[in-house]
Ligand binder design. Sequence first.
Ligand SMILES: Nc1ncnc2c1ncn2[C@@H]1O[C@H](COP(=O)(O)OP(=O)(O)OP(=O)(O)O)[C@@H](O)[C@H]1O
Length: 335
Amino acid sequence: MTAAPAIRVRHLWHRFGRFDVLRDVSFDVAHGEIFGFIGPNGAGKTTTIRVMSTLLEPLAGRVEIDGYDVTIDPDAVRKIIGYMPDHAGVYERVTVREYLEFFADAYRVPTAGTSYAVVDAVMELTDLTKLRDKLVATMSKGMKQRLQLARTLLHDPKVLILDEPASDLDPRARIEIRDLLVELRNLGKTIFLSSHILTELADVCTSVAILERGRLVVSGPISEIARRLEPQAPQHAPAQPEAPAPPPPVLTRTVKLRVLAPGEAVAAALTGMPGIHRVAPGPAHTVLVTYAGDETMVAYIVRALVMANIGVSGVEPERNELERIFLEVTKGEVQ
Ligand SMILES: Nc1ncnc2c1ncn2[C@@H]1O[C@H](COP(=O)(O)OP(=O)(O)OP(=O)(O)O)[C@@H](O)[C@H]1O
């Protein structure tokens, strides 16, 4: 493994006409990550991806894939990446197998004569073996998306760059793509994916970069960003103010608990516990507990309930970490 990150973007600028589409974008993607590149429509995600995939020369800045500069060494980059554009068409009048054999030849993948073992392996991995003789034209959108992903895997790329891989998919197809991405990561691939819908693949991402109007708002591992956004204790006692200063805003989280007792019993058990802000009924016989603090508070809450003889059968954050980060760092242009 090289010392260089899988993807390194430095001070990337791009302009279409007089419009700055990317403005000083910098971030790193470590090897083995599933990295979510998130931003609203028009934020500049596809433009960044096209630069990373050697399809567009940046106006300024530098992008490296596994240490290779996309402008200086595009051929080396193309061998390392598997790029799946958004809304790419597929050839319709061929079978799944014919489609993949065609691209295996186009990529000059060694095929051991006409046996195309690599196509078999990729179909197996992407769960397309059963559909091998199916005409592409008759496949659902989700299946076609899987076929596209299979195509990007034929030359065994180290880094997958997927532009909106789950857009327009129904929930089942989305889950299937998500599971496949996790499997690919377990095989050692680095996966860079973009999305304008926050919740789409958020739960599989290990790190994210959030782009808004061509500028990077935040990037890094989700847990680290969340920690950075934790309210900090004041460093110094404030000088004696004339009038009492308004209290600083307290950032809170809400956890949804499934409990084997009425909500009033939960409220009674948690009343007076430091950090608890609110206990309210939640959907479908759950209780929403709002608290200040980090995840250890959840452990204290559960312990307090168990000590009060209240069984807890489920614990889930009302909003996942990424959604919380999003709401705090963006200006509200994201779904
Ligand atoms: N070839 C082009 N010529 C002129 N303007 C362009 C071109 N490509 C993109 N743009 C503009 O650049 C901005 C960023 O586009 P880009 O496609 O990178 O955004 P995006 O974040 O991928 O959005 P989406 O989620 O809609 O795909 C948009 O305002 C878009 O209209």
